[in-house]
Design a protein around this ligand. Structure first.
Ligand code: TYD
Ligand code: MG
Length: 455
């Protein structure tokens, strides 16, 4: 048999290269390519005799699988993000920066489930059992009968959790610490992580346990990131947040059993994560509505409206090339709006620095925020504060037209609920909420908006 050639695998995205390179073509990251043995993973054992499987007719399955059987944690923000709880027999990946609170969230979930009588095993590869216990004490969870294990070897973990007699939920914290005897690669490499995750997924499918895998997002690419196993698992959630702020968002990016645009919002306290059932109140908490350059955007996250303040500062520059700094929004989208303002409204910002910030460290991904951003910019440039009780939403096209966005009614309803009396929204918006005493100002295009704000 010819000796298998070694291959070079990007630890960030898993792209396989024939030779080593400084930069990965797949994801553009530097210094992430590591030499690995291609046969080091699954299937490297002695020749396996094929076993006949069982094919079943689709029609005979009705009733059996109408609803994916789920374990509800009772932590509503977590259940919302997973689409109603963890699905038995499936694997969920929870990714996030180190220190963001993944272990805290999962310990709280484990304790909540154990209190309901579920059998939970928490396998920690990063911390000793005593450390995990200390955290549990801080979270008032030390009195629950969650089973703890500190293991990193895949075969040992499988033996441990199999002994646990049909656990309902298994938590592996984290996939980067997993290593298997069958994979001939250093711990933390793509081969090891994939082999370990594969074994855990197989365990979940065979026993019907829900498997929760924790994965650290790595910037340096020294160890394999969660992206290399995203395609293997049934659901992928990312735990996000700004270190400087207390709130955390659990965002669903893939879900075979539920919607993918839901978020769960939490606040980190000294006693663990607290659910935030009304995120708008949190994001609008420290608002200074009298200063120019602040506009409240009525956004949507999945089925839930989220109101957040967009702040702009436009100031004359002393530099040859003016600065453009954006926090919480897409910087190319800002460039587009500046270009549209210049081309269609004669608003010249070539001699101005522009700073844009989304309050609370929140990240907006919707183009519907265009109108709020434009309003904040114009307000700052003209030094005119916007009415404090207005919200803004609408997409701006390159022609300067303000285009309608989805879920107008929900956005306006949330705004009314939080005491906003008016809104500036696209003129062609279809569904307006019934009743209410709101003042809805319909905006045709960007020049219309500028003349209303700057007079
Ligand atoms: P952790 O869950 O260990 O993060 P991860 O598993 O994602 O690496 O959380 C780490 C941070 O959370 C740490 O900086 C301390 C903070 N923390 C609190 O503020 N309150 C708490 O009750 C706990 C348990 C942690
Ligand atoms: Mg941790």
């Amino acid at each position: 048999m010819a000796k298998p050639k070694t291959q070079f695998v990007c630890q960030n995205c898993g792209t396989v290269h024939n030779r080593w390179a400084g930069k990965c073509d797949g994801c553009g990251e530097w210094n992430t390519i590591v030499e690995e043995d291609p046969m080091g993973g699954i299937g490297s054992g002695p020749g396996k005799v094929p076993k006949k499987g069982r094919a079943v007719a689709l029609t005979t399955l009705s009733g059996e699988t109408e609803h994916a059987p789920r374990v509800h944690t009772g932590i509503s923000e977590l259940d919302r993000a997973t689409g109603g709880g963890f699905v038995r027999g499936s694997a969920v990946l929870i990714g996030g920066d180190p220190g963001i609170g993944k272990s805290t969230l999962l310990m709280q979930a484990a304790a909540a489930l154990a209190r309901q009588g579920h059998k939970i095993i928490y396998v920690s590869g990063e911390e000793a059992v005593a450390q995990v216990r200390l955290r549990a004490q801080r979270l008032d969870a030390a009195d629950t009968d969650v089973l703890l294990a500190a293991e990193t070897n895949v075969e040992d973990i499988l033996a441990t959790i199999a002994e646990g007699k049909r656990p309902d939920l298994v938590i592996i914290d984290s996939i980067q610490t997993l290593w298997s005897d069958t994979a001939d690669a250093a711990p933390g490499t793509v081969t090891q992580v994939r082999t370990g995750v594969q074994a855990m997924i197989r365990f979940a499918k065979q026993t019907g346990a829900a498997m929760v895998l924790v994965g650290h997002v790595t910037k340096e690419g020294q160890i394999a990131g969660p992206r290399v196993v995203e395609h293997m698992v049934d659901a992928v959630l990312y735990f996000e947040g700004d270190r400087g702020h207390h709130y955390r968002i659990l965002r669903t990016v893939k879900n075979r059993f539920g919607p993918t645009d839901e978020i769960g919002v939490f606040e980190m306290s000294d006693k663990g994560l607290r659910e935030v059932t009304n995120p708008s109140e949190l994001f609008l908490g420290e608002r200074n509505s009298k200063s120019p350059g602040a506009a409240v955007f009525a956004g949507m996250e999945g089925t839930r409206p989220v109101l957040v303040e967009v702040q702009a500062l436009v100031a004359p520059t002393s530099l040859g090339t003016p600065r453009r700094a954006v926090v919480g929004w897409d910087s190319s989208r800002l460039s587009m709006i500046l270009a549209v303002l210049e081309a269609h409204c004669g608003v010249r910002l070539g001699q101005h620095d522009v700073y844009l910030n989304v309050a609370g460290g929140y990240r907006i991904s919707e183009p519907a925020a265009d109108l709020a951003v434009a309003s904040a910019l114009v307000s700052s440039l003209a030094n005119v504060p916007l009415p404090a009780d207005f919200v803004y939403f609408g997409e701006i096209s390159l022609s300067g037209a303000v285009r309608p966005v989805s879920q107008t009614a929900q956005r306006l309803k949330e705004a009314e609920k939080l005491g906003f009396a008016g809104a500036m929204l696209p003129a062609s918006s279809a569904e307006m909420p019934k009743g209410g005493n709101g003042r809805w100002t319909k905006i045709e295009d960007l020049p219309d908006l500028v003349s209303r704000i700057a007079g």
